[in-house]
Ligand binder design. Structure first.
Ligand code: FPP
Length: 239
């Protein structure tokens, strides 16, 4: 059993869930089954996060780049997302979990968007944990969208170029109230951030594990948090 310090729980954990395809390939089965097993891992990580008192959990569920995958794979991922949202609603309500999204979600198929919006609405008053699903998300796209909004404000005369500061830019991100992640976990052993939360991870601690996402369970999650708890965070200052 991994022991974690209840007084040093990261406020916000973000996860790059990678390796569903490789997990399936290793078993000689269709990659869709990897995504299906990956959805079970999502359930376990959401449940564990709530149990240990994490307030914000952000999952990279579908990147802007994922639109380049086959139509069939995209359909399978959307189907799993819808099934997850419908299947978990009761538990989310019971556990006070609020759902929100970041990304260019207007690009998602109508029926997926409909279920997403319903879930967001139904869970809106939940207060114990925020589960943010990054869907059709890209960090550079988020920054580009923010710059466009800022430029529009300048054109309208609401602000001037001199008002641009880090704080102002943060206010134009998709979810300005979301704190920056304390811990970013990436599965499947790649040392990349893959266009995830680029603006927000400036001082985030990164934990990379070789485990493929469908095999990432509670024990390993707790071990990642334990690893985080042993880090010394200086935010650029000296000790
Ligand atoms: C990476 O595996 C994972 C994804 C493309 C998205 C993650 C999706 C899920 C875990 C399932 C649905 C999500 C929710 C929130 C219910 P990969 O296909 O890139 O793996 P590979 O690099 O091994 O091919």
């Amino acid at each position: 059993m991994t022991l974690i310090d209840p007084n040093k729980i990261p406020r916000h954990v973000a996860v790059i869930m990678d390796g569903n395809g490789r997990w399936a390939k290793k078993r000689g089965i269709n990659r869709f089954l990897g995504h299906e097993k990956g959805t079970e891992a999502v359930r376990e990580i959401v449940r564990t996060s709530r149990e240990i008192g994490i307030q914000w959990l952000t999952l990279y569920a579908f990147s802007e780049e994922n639109w380049k995958r086959s139509k069939l794979e995209i359909q399978a991922l959307m189907k799993l997302l819808k099934r997850f949202l419908k299947g978990e609603l009761k538990e989310m309500q019971e556990n006070g979990i609020r759902i929100q999204t970041i990304g260019r979600t207007h690009k998602l198929p109508d029926n997926t968007r409909k279920i997403l919006l319903e879930t967001i609405e139904k869970t809106a008053s939940n207060k114990d944990m925020v589960l943010t699903l990054a869907l059709s998300y890209g960090g550079r796209q988020e920054i580009a969208d923010a710059i466009r909004k800022i430029a529009t404000r300048i054109e309208e005369g609401g602000i001037s170029a001199n008002d641009i500061s880090e704080q102002l830019i943060s206010k134009f991100m998709y979810m300005p109230d979301m704190p920056e992640p304390d811990l970013l976990i990436r599965t499947s052993g790649e040392y990349r951030v893959s266009n995830f939360l680029l603006w927000q991870i400036a001082y985030t601690e990164i934990h990379v594990t070789p485990t493929l996402w469908p095999d990432f369970g509670k024990e390993e999650y707790l071990a990642a948090i334990q690893d985080f708890q042993g880090r010394e965070r200086r935010f650029g200052a000296c000790i």
